[in-house]
Design a protein around this ligand. Structure first.
Ligand code: SF4
Length: 436
């Protein structure tokens, strides 16, 4: 059972030393009860208290990590909705191969090589699943020749064991234990220290299996709802998350497996699973145009809403600008920067792009919050020594903040201030028509 804030407080040193960043031990205890801080933030908790607090301070969803050359973590989440705090571990996106496929090595190499840049971040496929419809040991060796990313092995215990032997030293997810085979699968997971997917189509069935498997010493479990029916999967996934977070119901506090490869519409199922609340999503095959939107969706959900993605403020050169080329102004919100930079770069027109420190906000949001004003823009123009790079002292303001042009003229009296378009997509036409 989770402890209340008062119960936790009684186990703390009660010295109010403030080293944890809170004014009192009681304030820290309340945050700990709400799972908004880590117990380790207080350096003075006794070992005895730590033991008693372990249950209360542990995240309601167990962290399961698959390890090979890279690592994929799922679980450790503490909220139902991202806006309550943040989500920590993005669901791993895996691509499935079949052991019987003679082209498995080439397919693994192609999927491994895939990398796409999205607003300054490189996205890749996280790992691979291999279905044991043939010699799994040979298939694992073939895939390992092409990629070092974590693996999911799918099949019955006898078929999976050669695959586990071929990737010893790694932490693999094996799929799946059900009412008919759980003893053999649990024995395999225990022997090879693998994570184990547990499959049942009811929550009661899952709890029953989990209790039996845990009694065999297997702790790293992943839930499979034995369905790809969108409504049922969503209901079960939401119930499991809600029970774990709101009721601290540890029996179902595990990451969730989403077998998109078995769904009628893989993309829709995978998108639902990423949104609510998969830990591992396995796709049927590697198709870049299907994988890309799922990676972007995942990023949008798993970025911390309190930490905007930012680019470094500075002066950026686009298409090798010369001194006579225009100076454009924008903010350091990543999506804003890339919207502007990509439009200008795609047009082939050279420009200097001054990225102002607006604490990672977009143009209008930053302006409304007082983080993108004439003073800050002038400070950036002067601080990055833009005048030394150009022969024409002229800056182009985003159209959304045309209202700043008068103040900016006062801040930069020897500069010509021009108001550009509101949308980045209109910049190339503006540069061609209005700046020549
Ligand atoms: S660091 Fe520990 S002892 Fe100090 S105020 Fe925080 S909870 Fe209390």
């Amino acid at each position: 059972m989770a402890l209340s804030g008062i119960q936790i407080y009684k186990l703390l040193p009660q010295t109010n030393c403030k080293e944890c960043g809170f004014p009192t031990c009681l304030a820290f205890a309340m945050k700990l009860a709400a799972k908004q801080v880590e117990l380790s933030t207080c350096p003075y908790v006794t070992e005895e208290s730590k033991t008693q607090l372990a249950e209360s301070s542990a995240p309601p969803i167990r962290l399961v990590a698959l390890k090979a050359g890279t690592e994929v973590k799922a679980g450790n989440e503490v909220v139902l909705f991202r806006h309550e705090k943040t989500f920590y571990n993005k669901p791993g996106i895996f691509v499935r191969f079949k052991a019987s496929d003679s082209g498995i090595a080439a397919k693994a190499a192609a999927a491994h090589a895939y990398s796409v840049n999205y607003v300054g971040m490189d996205f890749v496929v996280d790992g691979f699943a291999i279905e044991a419809d043939g010699d799994l040991g040979a298939a694992v060796k073939a895939v390992r020749g092409a990629t070092d990313r974590p693996l999911v092995l799918i099949g019955d215990a006898a078929a999976i064991e050669p695959g586990l032997q071929a990737c010893s030293g790694e932490t693999v997810l094996i799929h799946a234990a059900d009412a008919s085979n759980w003893e053999a699968m649990a024995a395999l997971a225990a022997k090879y220290k693998a994570a184990l997917a547990v499959k049942a189509d009811t929550l009661d069935g899952l709890v029953d299996l989990i209790e039996k498997i845990k009694a065999k010493g297997v702790e790293d479990l992943v839930l499979d709802f034995d369905t790809t029916q969108l409504g049922k999967w969503l209901a079960m996934s939401t119930q499991v998350r809600r029970l774990a977070i709101k009721q601290n119901f540890r029996a179902l506090g595990y990451p969730v497996f989403a077998p998109a490869y078995a769904a009628a519409d893989e993309g829709i199922f995978a998108a639902e699973a990423i949104a609510k609340y998969a830990g591992f999503v396995v796709l049927d095959k590697f198709v870049p145009e299907n994988v890309y939107p799922l990676l972007v969706l995942r990023e949008n959900i798993y970025t911390d809403p309190q930490k905007p993605i930012q680019v470094q403020p500075g002066i950026y050169e686009i298409n090798s600008p010369k001194p006579e080329d225009p100076v454009l102004i924008t903010t350091n919100f990543s999506i804003t920067y890339f919207a502007v930079a990509n439009e200008v770069e795609g047009s082939g027109l050279p420009a200097w792009l001054v990225v102002t420190d607006a604490e990672g906000m977009s143009v209008l949001t930053a302006w409304a919050a007082g983080k993108f004003d004439a003073e800050r823009i002038a400070k950036a123009v002067k601080g990055f020594d833009v005048a030394s790079k150009v022969s024409k002292k002229r800056v182009v303001l985003p159209g959304h903040v045309a209202v700043l042009s008068g103040e900016l003229e006062e801040e930069l009296p020897d500069w010509e201030i021009r108001v550009g378009p509101r949308e980045a997509v209109d910049l190339p036409a503006f540069m061609k028509q209005a700046l020549n």
